[in-house]
Design a protein around this ligand. Structure first.
Ligand code: SAH
Length: 225
């Protein structure tokens, strides 16, 4: 891919980004580290140039292959849930993300935790995400073309897992790859509207809370080009 306009002008400028941050704050996002990160990461390079002028609206946008970049509010809310979810109050260090998509959520997470392992089933999306992260100079992310239902066993156990696609159930392999005390943030349920849940593993049991009700593109099986 060609060069990225990282600074942005006009509808992609710093001022436009700050407006998005104000909206998120009004919508109830209060974690300053997350808000600062959203102000710093240029979302317009994660969408097609033709949509760049809409990148700082609080909405999901198409990214090709029938997929979408998540709505900034949900990116913020899920990031807050992941980085503050550790039982001891510290930020998780090794985080598995399932559903790289554009790589935007990945970039946000990468600024806040030690290392992100991200898995995407669509090869074309994964390669574009890789280029964007490289252009931003982000080096603490490992990307894999694979079926996230299987997790990433070579790098397990994880301190936290974020699933950015709507699941009908929680994949067993992912639960097995979580460390004791680790937490999982996942939109899950049978219908179109999923429950955004956070589950914490504690020995053989799980504690769960429902954070929100959300719509997401589905978590499906297998890989595609
Ligand atoms: N966080 C991304 C969201 C992308 S949408 C962003 O903001 O850009 C969800 C993504 O999950 C899609 O790219 C879709 O291809 C991917 N996905 C769906 N099922 C998957 C699976 N089983 N394994 C890995 N990725 C999957």
């Amino acid at each position: 891919m060609k060069d990225f306009d990282l600074e942005g002008i006009g509808m992609t400028s710093r001022r436009t980004r700050d407006r998005l941050v104000r909206r998120l704050r009004e919508a109830g996002i209060a974690d300053e580290r997350v808000l600062d990160t959203i102000a710093a990461v240029p979302r317009h390079i994660f969408v097609d140039e033709a949509l760049a002028h809409r990148a700082y609206e609080d909405s999901a946008l198409p990214i090709g292959h029938g997929q979408t970049i998540s709505q900034p509010y949900l990116v913020a809310a899920m990031t807050v849930a992941v980085i503050n979810g550790a039982g001891d109050g510290g930020a998780p260090r090794q985080v598995l993300e399932i559903g790289t998509g554009s790589g935007y959520q990945t970039a946000i997470l990468a600024s806040l935790v030690e290392r992100v392992y991200t898995v995407e089933r669509i090869g074309g999306l994964l390669e574009r995400a890789r280029e964007r992260l490289r252009a931003l100079g982000i080096r603490n992310v490992r990307l894999k073309h694979g079926d996230g239902n299987l997790g990433w066993p070579e790098h397990a156990p994880f301190d936290a897992v974020m699933v950015t696609a709507g699941a009908s159930h929680i994949p067993d392999a992912v639960m097995d790859q979580m460390d004791d005390g680790a937490h999982l943030v996942i939109p899950v349920g049978q219908g179109d509207v999923k429950e955004l849940k956070r589950l914490r593993k504690s020995g053989d049991s799980w504690r769960q809370e429902t954070l929100d009700h959300v719509r997401f593109v589905p978590l499906v099986r297998g890989i595609a080009r």
